[in-house]
Design a protein around this ligand. Structure first.
Ligand code: BG6
Ligand code: MG
Length: 212
């Protein structure tokens, strides 16, 4: 049975995926090529530097380490600028209701995100207070699809992996949850998140009991 829940941030709690896409696309455009929505799908759940490397390979561009760091920093500044427009109203539909239910049931909650901006984002949408632990891009050494991010979360919540449910919108995140031995709930479409145990379009109407 499920005793703890682990949530991805971007695309699950809040739709920052659209801001990541705008900022990455700008970077690609600056370098003289475009980034399609389909290519952007591959970047979901992937760390900032790994995402940059994927984009550079799409454009067939090689940059020095210093240039790569500068581009990544520039992308992040643009991304954070876009994120400034976010308010608690930007929490995705049904998320707060679902997390309120978990709180009421005393189900511990953890964040499992590749983002180094997780705390900033959670603060700006007033969702930090729901989490008993935050595992983010500043703590992990191996990104999704490696299971580390969710295994750390389970350990922090003192819950066995098999008793954890993971909510994820990224293919790499579903793979991470599955290799951690957890129940993987995909947020999105079945065709993309084929490896998930359950796929839902969003949290609206979703109840803890639906996990069983
Ligand atoms: C993931 C996003 O949650 O975090 C990726 O899905 C993003 O798109 C990654 O690149 C790293 O985020 P950040 O905020 O550290 O650049
Ligand atoms: Mg995500």
């Amino acid at each position: 049975s499920i005793k703890a829940c682990l949530f991805d941030l971007d695309g699950v709690i809040v739709d920052t995926a659209k801001f990541h896409y705008i900022a990455w696309r700008r970077l690609a455009n600056d370098l003289g090529f475009d980034l399609t929505l389909e290519q952007n799908e591959q970047l979901k759940g992937i760390s900032r530097m790994e995402s940059l490397d994927i984009i550079l390979s799409i454009g067939g561009i090689t940059l020095s380490k210093e240039e790569r760091l500068a581009r990544a920093t520039e992308k992040n500044l643009r991304y954070l600028e876009l994120c400034k427009q976010m308010t608690p109203n930007d929490v995705l539909p049904g998320v707060r209701t679902f997390m309120d239910e978990l709180k009421q049931l005393s189900i511990p909650m953890g964040l499992g995100s590749a983002s180094k901006n997780a705390t900033i984002i959670l603060n700006s949408i007033d969702m930090l207070r729901y989490f008993d632990t935050i595992v983010d891009g500043n703590r992990i050494t191996k990104g999704k699809p490696d299971p580390q991010v969710f295994l750390m979360g389970a350990e922090d919540l003192q819950t066995k992996p098999e008793n954890c449910a993971v909510f994820e919108d990224a293919v790499a995140g579903i793979q991470s949850a599955k290799s951690a031995g957890m129940l993987a709930v995909g947020i999105g479409v079945k065709t993309v998140l084929a490896e998930a145990d359950i796929v839902i379009a969003g949290f609206e109407g979703f109840k803890f009991a639906d996990l069983h």
